[in-house]
Write a protein that binds this ligand. Structure first.
Ligand code: PEP
Ligand code: MG
Length: 581
């Protein structure tokens, strides 16, 4: 039995067989060869190396004919790498002396090479790393260790273990079979974590290198509440976790009884409690759990979950479905927030050194009007069917806000000229997720109908911590007093200008932090559908005065850790049912 600590990103417990996935979604389990089969295994390795060398040589010749020697040099370089004596010696050593399977040795050795090249942080060597990965894949293909089975083709219940998972890979997982996932890298604020919550899939990330310790037949426990995974658990541990699963089921059952009760404090103050969604089908979870509407629809997932670029019609169909199903309840559509950890294709996928500070979100939309216009047209068209509001992400300057608003006008004119039904009088809001926007908020509030604080990015940009980086995950805390002060300022500016304000970052879905936000004067929280009843339970268990006392005390603390310890203490006093043992 081996217990490992990672970063908890999506709550819940799951137990099941491990499926170890390579970065590209193929499975290379650790396998040890019987002593009398080692020679045969080594011959298999040699045969694969020869076959790949022949293919590379063939590609080199063919490329040289159509594209010239310089282009063909790529394959010469790959051939050289494949024949590198040190590489070959290490492969041979692993198979002959350590009795590893050829597949596993190839996977491990070439991965070490490519990782080492990538760590040098030099774009040219980074490309070489891709070449090494390419050779690895070809060898594995020759060895029959990989087929082209994509992640979405998993057909039996598994716990997915992987070095990393992108947000779109996560989005495409089949919830029926994948019960939980764990990754070696990643931080709590990344979009992979957000999608996991959306799918209600227990997940632990940032565990560090552990895949080498997993055998092909391992059984795994994933504890998404505490960020722990257990490999090959003993019977006592299994019993313990089975009991916790039962406890959680009965808690969910109790919480589900709150679905039709209002999200109001014990002294009768109404809190708007809406859901954050990534996909149209999540509206049903929102309605089932009594959400007051959609407070954040992350539309970029339409982009990330399909191979083709979505057309205006695709956008329109998705938004119309959501607004119709929400049946009169408000739906806040956030325009594309692509870039950084949510990469698309074509010009969007070019490498940037600091993607979170780069061409992401509204910046990208404003520079790619072919991308932005169809989305805005679709939003205005779908608004005919219900209460749609539009919100722009990552607004940093007033010029961006004005440009985006202007574009809404232009698009409305186009629709009018073309005689296409649309509505243009929809509320327009912005996300407050960059410290500059908080500082300049007095100016922004004059030009928007509502605000929503994105604490995920606001914490990232205030604290200078990459939200998806496990090395600095301990510093990434939305409860940091610096972030709290910015939130306090937003509430004050919004209130004095009579502008509605919500918090749609993950902070709202943590019951203790939700009470703190309420104490700071926030009256609208937007959370993943899976957290609706939990947060509602917290809201209904306190009075406004108690929340205000929590805020006063928390604002006097110096560090996120102190704030969170204090919030845990208050939560165990007011809502002990929600404390994870
Ligand atoms: C945020 O930044 O808090 C937010 C809600 O947006 P996203 O997580 O999609 O960046
Ligand atoms: Mg954001």
């Amino acid at each position: 039995m081996l217990e490992l600590q990672g970063i908890p990103v999506s709550p819940g417990i799951a137990i099941g067989p491990a499926l170890v996935l390579d970065l590209d979604g193929y499975r290379i389990p650790k396998k040890i060869i019987a002593t009398d089969a080692v020679d045969e295994e080594f011959a298999r390795l040699r045969k694969a190396v020869t076959a790949v060398a022949q293919q590379l040589d063939g590609q080199r010749k063919a490329t040289s004919e159509v594209a010239g020697e310089t282009t063909a040099d790529i394959f010469s370089a790959q051939l050289q790498m494949l024949h590198d004596p040190r590489l070959q010696a290490e492969l041979g050593r692993r198979v002959r002396l350590e009795h590893q399977s050829a597949d596993y040795a190839v996977n491990r050795v070439l991965r070490q090479y490519s990782d080492a090249l990538r760590r040098l942080d030099n774009p040219i060597l980074s490309d070489r790393a891709d070449d090494v990965r390419d050779i690895e894949k070809q060898l594995l293909f020759e060895l029959g260790a990989v087929n082209e089975q994509p992640l979405s083709d998993i057909t039996e219940p598994v716990i997915l273990l992987s070095r990393t998972l992108t947000p779109s890979e996560t989005a495409n997982l089949d919830r029926r079979f994948v019960r939980a996932f764990c990754t070696e890298i990643g931080g709590s604020g990344g979009h992979t974590a957000i999608v996991a919550k959306g799918l209600e899939l227990p997940a632990v990330v940032g565990i560090g290198p552990f895949l080498d310790s997993v055998s092909a037949s391992a059984r795994v426990i994933v504890d998404g509440d505490r960020g722990v995974i257990v490999l090959d658990p003993d019977d006592a541990t299994l019993d313990h976790y089975r009991r916790r699963i039962k406890d959680q089921e009965s808690l969910s059952q109790k919480l589900s009884e709150l679905r039709s009760l209002p999200a109001e404090t014990a002294d009768g103050h109404q809190i708007r409690l809406t859901a954050n969604i990534e996909f149209p089908h999540e509206t049903s979870a929102c309605i089932e759990r009594g959400g007051d509407g959609i407070g954040l629809y992350r539309t970029e997932f339409l982009y990330l979950s399909s191979d083709d670029e979505p057309s205006e019609e695709d956008h329109y169909q998705a938004y119309s479905q959501v607004v119709r199903e929400m049946d009169g309840r408000p739906v806040v559509i956030r325009t594309l927030d692509l870039g950084a950890d949510k990469m698309g294709r074509g010009p969007l996928s070019e490498r940037e050194y600091n993607p979170f500070l780069g061409l992401r979100s509204i910046r990208l939309s404003l520079r790619n009007l072919d991308l932005f216009r169809p989305q805005l047209r679709a939003i205005l068209r779908a608004a005919v069917h219900g209460d749609i509001r539009v919100m722009f992400p990552l607004i940093t300057t007033i010029a961006e806000l004005r440009q985006a608003r202007m574009l809404v006008k232009v698009v409305a004119e186009d629709l009018k000229d073309a005689g296409i039904p649309y509505r243009s009088d929809i509320p327009i809001g912005m996300m407050v997720e960059v410290p500059a926007a908080v500082v300049m908020l007095e100016h922004f509030v004059k030009e928007v109908d509502f605000l929503s604080i994105g604490t995920n990015d606001l914490a990232q940009y205030t604290l200078a911590v990459d939200r998806s980086n496990e090395y600095v995950a301990d510093l990434y805390q939305s409860s940091d007093p610096a972030v709290l002060r910015l939130i306090q300022r937003c509430v004050a500016v919004a209130d004095s200008n009579n502008i509605p304000l919500s918090v749609c970052g993950e902070m709202s879905s943590n019951p203790g932090r939700a009470l703190l936000l309420m104490g700071l004067g926030v009256r609208h929280l937007s959370v993943p559908p899976g957290a609706l009843t939990r947060v509602k339970k917290a809201i209904r268990s306190v009075t406004t005065e108690q929340c205000e006392q929590i805020a006063v005390r928390a604002m006097n603390l110096e560090a996120a850790r102190d704030v969170d310890m204090y919030l845990l203490d208050r939560l165990s006093k007011y809502v002990p049912e929600l404390i994870v043992s």
